[in-house]
Design a protein around this ligand. Structure first.
Ligand code: HEM
Length: 534
């Protein structure tokens, strides 16, 4: 950035004033009044006191005092970029979603990568899940694919989410640790939550310390639906695959990088995009029908399970390029509001109980964080397609309906009307049953896929998992929790469990944890799950 020589003058007290001249704009208050002196508040006499009449000082300080908004309740630390999605082909036969109709067509988008646990000012290379949230500005409304860099999740039902997040964040009495899961509360919760074992294998693997955002995969996690113009539904799982491939650092490197440069991932993305080295991901889908879903070993509604790519290959449908950093971090990256319930016609939800709960949570949290029902008017959230409705007023309303009619039906011939043909239609799935608080039996096997992940790793990667488990669980002060964790590991891989137990100094091996369903032995290693083989 060039250094400008602005005219500098000295005031009576020796203070410096940079004074506008030539093309330099004159400073104004937020209300537009030109400012004569931005270095001295208005006082009585030369030595004060300061006057309440000083509207410039009041305005400047008032705005500063209100700069902070609540940080995200999770994923507080993030970094975003603008870019576009480009179709390889038309998907008209499987979805009516407008953005997927025409080969070569581009859709503008904004992506925010994040860590989950740490506060806004924490470090980039924490061992953690990374958020991978994409907002596509389609011609039929925004589509938010709010994913992670790990294809499964800790819990099967959204009602457990507050407990999960409370357990993983800093402990409430001591307010530490601030950005890691290495503490009693977290491992206590996990050891009481067998459904989290598959996720734990991923989080203890190299995936959780990516080299940069540019070398990570992204996953929609849940099963979604595509619906075509004839109303036919196809289940879909979304995968982002980085063109650069997958890379991670090792723990030793992560620790040093965090100390030397806590902004390592931010700097990497900034430097890459600013130097024209635009990162790219391919969007892949796994497509299947109800018959496959019914025949599959696990429940496709269970977010703790993947469909192995060896069983159902992924199909590339387009690419995403990130080519522009926001002009202002707060305006875009902080104010972007992702919501899983933002889907255009042609994309629909499955009954995954985690997804159903998320669809409720995000709207609620955005109102709390951004403070007004009109957060969709903020530039980064605003639609890039026409919008017509009768919603009005509230704090900060920029886009009220115009004209006399703000209701319908009306006799004035004004305003929008619903359209059964063009509107989003929920897939009319046949559902009947009692209202129950139960978990289906098809969700009960918590260990098979954890084992499949572990045995799919190379020996080096397995050693990293053992090292990570040992390091993290060694921070747990309560012996019973350590032992409980080992009892779960025994159900995943006995040799791994023994190695971790030995390193933790556990002399007497516990019995394997009570497993609701015996682990299925027939799962083969899946090369796609290893970073080093890819
Ligand atoms: C952020 C809720 C599960 C991905 C958030 C936020 C909330 C939330 C409240 C903060 C949003 C904000 O203030 O902007 C939930 C609930 C979940 C859940 C209730 C389960 C019941 C998941 C899962 C994924 C995920 C399974 C990945 C598939 C994300 C991402 C963000 C986020 C990427 C950050 C968005 C951004 O960058 O602004 N979630 N979440 N969440 N969540 Fe979830």
């Amino acid at each position: 950035t060039a250094i400008h020589d602005l005219s500098i003058q000295r005031g009576e007290g020796g203070e410096l004033h940079q004074v506008a001249e030539g093309d330099t704009p004159t400073t104004t208050t937020a209300f537009g009044t030109p400012v004569s002196d931005d270095q001295n508040s208005l006082k009585i006499g030369r030595r004060g006191p300061t006057l309440m009449e000083d509207f410039h000082f009041r305005d400047k300080m008032f705005h500063f005092d209100h700069e902070r908004i609540p940080e995200r309740v999770v994923h507080a630390r993030g970094y975003g970029a603008h870019g576009y999605f480009e179709n390889y082909e038309s998907l008209a036969d499987i979805t009516r979603a407008d953005l997927f109709q025409r080969p070569g067509e581009r859709t503008q988008l904004f992506v925010r990568f994040s860590t989950v646990v740490g506060n806004k000012g924490s470090f980039d290379l924490a061992r953690d899940v990374r958020g991978f949230a994409v907002k596509m500005y389609t011609k039929e409304g925004n589509w938010d694919l709010v994913g992670n860099n790990i294809p499964v999740f800790f819990i099967q039902d959204a009602v457990r989410f507050p407990d999960l997040v409370h357990s993983i964040k800093q402990e409430p009495d001591r307010a530490f640790p601030q950005a890691t899961a290495a503490h009693d509360n977290f491992w206590d919760f996990i050891s009481l939550m067998p459904e989290s074992m598959h996720m734990i294998m991923w989080v203890m693997s190299d995936r959780a310390i990516p080299r940069s955002f540019r070398f990570m995969q992204g996953f929609g996690v849940h099963t979604f639906r595509f619906v075509n113009a004839k109303g036919k539904s196809t289940f879909v799982k979304f995968h982002w695959k980085p063109k650069l491939g997958l890379q991670s650092v090792v723990w030793n490197e992560a620790v040093k990088i965090n100390g030397a440069d806590p902004d390592f991932h931010r700097r990497d993305l900034w430097n890459a995009i600013k130097s024209g080295n635009f990162p790219e991901w391919e969007l892949h889908v796994q497509l299947f029908d109800q018959e496959f879903a019914d025949s599959f070993d696990f429940d496709v509604l269970d977010p703790t399970k993947i469909i192995p790519e060896e069983v159902l290959p992924t199909r590339p449908i387009g690419r995403m390029v990130l080519d522009r950093m926001p002009d202002n971090f707060f305006m875009d990256t902080e104010q972007v509001a992702f919501m899983t319930q933002n889907v255009p016609p042609g994309i629909d939800f499955s009954n995954d109980p985690l997804l159903q709960g998320r669809n409720f949570s995000y709207l609620d949290t955005q109102l709390k964080r951004l403070g007004s029902t009109n957060f969709s008017h903020l530039p980064v959230n605003a639609l890039k397609c026409p919008m017509h409705h009768f919603q009005q007023d509230g704090h900060m309303a920029f886009r009220n309906p115009v004209g006399r009619a703000n209701y319908q039906p009306n006799s004035w011939g004004e305003g929008p009307r619903e359209s059964p043909e063009r509107g989003h239609v929920a897939y009319p799935e046949d559902i009947e049953g009692q209202k129950l608080r139960v978990r289906p039996e098809s969700f009960a096997d918590h260990y098979s896929q954890a084992r499949q992940f572990y045995i799919s790793q190379t020996e080096t990667e397995q050693n990293h998992i053992i090292g990570a488990l040992t390091f993290e669980i060694s921070k747990v002060e309560t012996p019973a929790i350590r032992i409980r964790m080992v009892s779960h590991l025994l159900n995943i891989d006995e040799e791994m469990a023994r190695k971790v137990a030995t390193k933790l100094g556990i002399k007497e091996m516990p019995a394997p944890a009570d497993a609701a369903v015996p682990t299925r032995m027939d799962l083969q290693p899946s090369p796609a799950l290893s970073i080093l083989r890819n």
